[in-house]
Design a protein around this ligand. Structure first.
Ligand SMILES: NC(=O)c1ccc[n+]([C@@H]2O[C@H](COP(=O)([O-])OP(=O)(O)OC[C@H]3O[C@@H](n4cnc5c(N)ncnc54)[C@H](O)[C@@H]3O)[C@@H](O)[C@H]2O)c1
Length: 262
């Protein structure tokens, strides 16, 4: 119960990595606000496709769903205000909501660029801003006012072929994480990122297509004998959210099966 009596918001928690983080946090005793633009998972294994809140309740945890569009200030403001009205405090903010596009610059329209930046970068900016506004009002508990965990990507650290807007958005997330860590460390707000490698989730619409030529490529680049699971990222997020993480801020933690070391 490493998050007992803690309140955590997880955006993008209907599906994939956000869902795994919400479930893990709830198992560790947190009250979890499952935030997403949709309630049903956009992809989940067919034997595990209930909305995240129902799954958490079935597992004995505490969770509620709040529909949120992270690219809208009003929506993000209502999300954080509602959590604080109910629980009195926001201990952990996890920003996992994102959209994905594999395209080079000639294939990327202005509209595609704007949509992706609105969710992936502006969305994390708005969520970090509103969370920090709240955390600055809170009392310190063991030197910490609050913790923010942003989902970046290994694709924000390298130039992956044909991922222009996505990779630029994730590099922006990593830089925003460093910047906020520096600006708010003295106030007791820890800001870190987790940078996943290739994790099998519903980032691609529909069931993961194991014949996708990208998967053998990802597999060949990954020294671990498998691709990543959402639970691999949940474990890293739990460390950053927990009291075990005491002197770490501005870090961009790769969880990639060794891809970036290869
Ligand atoms: N899966 C991977 O291989 C991988 C690799 C590196 C980084 N990441 C990052 O991890 C995070 C989670 O990825 P995932 O694979 O779980 O993705 P996913 O597509 O499975 O889940 C993303 C969730 O975000 C939600 N969402 C989309 N737009 C939203 C909006 N405007 N407001 C609120 N919610 C919105 C979706 O409904 C969905 O539930 C993302 O930030 C992604 O960029 C994933």
């Amino acid at each position: 119960m490493r998050l007992e009596n803690r309140t955590a918001i997880v955006t993008g928690a209907a599906s994939g990595i956000g869902r795994a983080i919400a479930r893990r946090f709830a198992k560790e005793g947190a009250s979890v606000i499952v935030s997403d633009i949709v309630e049903a998972p956009i992809w989940a294994p067919s034997n595990d496709d209930l909305p995240t809140t129902e799954t958490i309740e079935n597992e004995g945890g505490k969770a509620e769903f709040v529909q949120t569009d992270v690219s809208s200030w009003n929506s993000v403001d209502a999300l954080v205000s509602g959590a604080v009205d109910k629980y009195g405090r926001l201990d952990v903010m996890v920003n996992s909501a994102a959209v994905f596009e594999a395209a080079n610059i000639l294939e990327t329209t202005e509209e595609d660029w704007d949509t992706l930046m609105d969710v992936n970068l502006r969305g994390q900016f708005l969520c970090c801003k509103r969370a920090i506004m709240q955390m600055m009002e809170q009392e310190l508990i063991d030197e910490v006012r609050g913790r923010i965990i942003n989902l970046s990507s290994q694709h924000g650290m390298i130039g992956p072929p044909d991922y222009l807007a996505y990779a630029v958005s994730k590099a922006g997330v990593a830089q925003m994480t460093r910047q906020l860590a520096v600006d708010y460390a003295r106030h007791g707000i820890m800001v870190n990122a987790v940078a996943p490698g290739r994790i099998i989730t519903g980032t691609h619409p529909g069931e993961p297509d194991m014949t996708d030529p990208d998967l053998p490529y990802s597999r060949s680049r990954t020294p671990f004998p498998r691709l990543g699971r959402p639970e691999d990222i949940a474990g890293a997020a739990l460390y950053l959210a927990s009291d075990d993480c005491t002197y770490v801020s501005g870090h961009n933690l790769l969880v990639d099966g060794g891809w970036m070391a290869y």
